[in-house]
Design a binder for this molecule. Structure first.
Ligand code: ASP
Ligand code: MG
Length: 423
């Protein structure tokens, strides 16, 4: 369609070296030549963000978050400036913009900022002027005018937010994989590429370890009705479309198995068994911007004993969680804080399980048969997650993927039995 706006996002591996960057530039130009108004969001090149983080820790044990954002935001600026040069050499006009110049306004939470507003008038003006606009992903400017970043993987959210603000037809996310798979193909080589995923399933997948899309980008897309198309930047052909709404589609019982090996467990020992105790703990963690995932609290056996409370957090947040809980010790009279760094999580996701009992039973039995101990469990209407030892995660993924027969062209449909006797 002529004159429609399209937002393309290229991940770090798609701009890692000069040749790849030129290839991305060619893809962008091709879209422009089809008649689209093109905005491209770029990530930092290769592992640049990791390198910048390392550099920060080489000079400081506790880098100042504001300065961290100044540092990290440079990676995507480099990509955009270089890409603009490459595009200009292809005979088109491109301008690169920082997140701030692009009008991405965020809150003041450094290193994990949330987008509050997108003031895209500068982008619109450049598009009206026949320019291709390159926007540095993963960053914005706070309401107090500081540079902020949006959390790891945040360029996806930049792209979706711009697509929403510009009323783009589609937000294309170009990566080094061909789309969203039924499991990580590095662990399950015959994992299936999904052609369509509902946004509710994609939300669960992103929050349980599927690395393709940042969780916030999926939330943002669902809330603003943006259709995401995840595709390979190295080969042509369709990838995976994440539907903006839960349009009616036939839901397979199980769509995917996801995993994460970045989990840590924290146990607060001796929590007073009084109303409000859990609230105090959760508040302290929230104020430290720690993302708590699973929570287990056992009731004390007798009235005068205390409870233990365990939860999982991303391993990167462990230190912040520990500090937040330490500060509660004098206030609440809690006991020790035990941590376990090497936890993993495996999850089974599928919209079809809403109406089908027995999926949990099958998941637990499959893990049991593999001799894998389940340490914590959480469920949603369309997901079952188990926390297990980090070094058993790959075995668990393979066993579940095969037990639910997710390989091949067709997955099991919700209407079909799946190996358990009817109840
Ligand atoms: N460069 C940032 C990161 O590595 C943001 C992104 O690529 O989306 O997390
Ligand atoms: Mg990414």
């Amino acid at each position: 369609m002529a004159d429609a706006t399209i937002v393309m996002k290229f991940g770090g591996s798609s701009v890692a070296d000069a040749e790849r960057l030129r290839r991305a530039a060619e893809r962008i130009v091709a879209r422009r030549e089809e008649g689209h108004r093109v905005v491209a969001v770029l990530s930092a090149r290769g592992k640049e963000t990791d390198r910048l983080i390392e550099a920060a820790y080489e000079v400081s044990d506790n880098p100042d978050p504001r300065e961290m954002d100044m540092l990290l935001s440079t990676g995507e600026r480099v990509s955009c400036a270089l890409c603009a040069m490459a595009i200009n050499d292809l005979g088109h006009h491109a301008i690169s913009l920082t997140g701030s110049q692009a009008g991405i306004v965020t809150d003041t939470t450094h290193t994990k900022a949330r987008i509050l507003d997108v003031r895209a008038d500068r982008i619109s003006a450049a598009l009206d002027n026949d320019e291709i606009v390159l926007v540095a992903g993963f960053q914005g400017v706070s309401t107090t005018k500081d540079v902020t970043t949006l959390g790891r993987g945040g360029s996806d959210t930049t792209a979706v937010a711009l697509a929403a603000a510009l009323g783009a037809e589609e937000c294309e996310i170009y990566t080094d994989v061909a789309g969203v798979f039924s499991a990580d193909p590095r662990i399950v080589p015959d994992a299936r590429k999904l052609s369509v995923v509902s946004s509710e399933e994609m939300l669960e997948m992103s929050s349980s370890g599927a690395g393709v899309l940042q969780l916030r980008s999926v939330e943002y897309a669902r809330n603003h009705g943006v259709r995401i198309h995840c595709r390979s930047s190295f080969e042509d052909g369709p990838g995976t479309v994440v539907l903006a709404e839960n349009q009616t589609m036939e839901h397979p019982l199980i769509t995917a198995v996801t995993h994460s090996t970045d989990e840590a467990r924290v146990t607060v020992i001796g929590v007073p068994d009084t109303p409000g105790a859990a609230g105090q703990i959760a508040t302290a963690l929230a104020e430290a911007h720690v993302n708590v995932d699973m929570i287990i609290q056992n009731e004390p056996v007798s009235k005068d004993t205390r409870a233990d409370m365990s939860f999982t957090v991303p391993r990167d947040d462990l230190r912040a969680a520990h500090e937040a809980l330490d500060s509660l010790k004098p206030v609440m009279g809690i006991g020790d804080i035990a941590t376990d760094k090497e936890m993993g999580k495996v999850s089974v996701i599928g919209a079809g399980m809403k109406s089908h009992p027995g999926v949990a039973a099958k998941v637990f039995s499959v893990l049991g048969a593999e001799g894998i101990n389940i340490e914590m469990i959480s469920t949603s209407p369309i997901k079952i997650s188990c926390v297990i030892a980090g070094d058993r995660v790959e075995d668990a993924v393979r066993a579940l993927h095969s037990a639910f027969e997710l390989s091949g062209e067709d997955t099991i449909r919700a209407e079909e039995p799946f190996g358990l006797p009817p109840s």
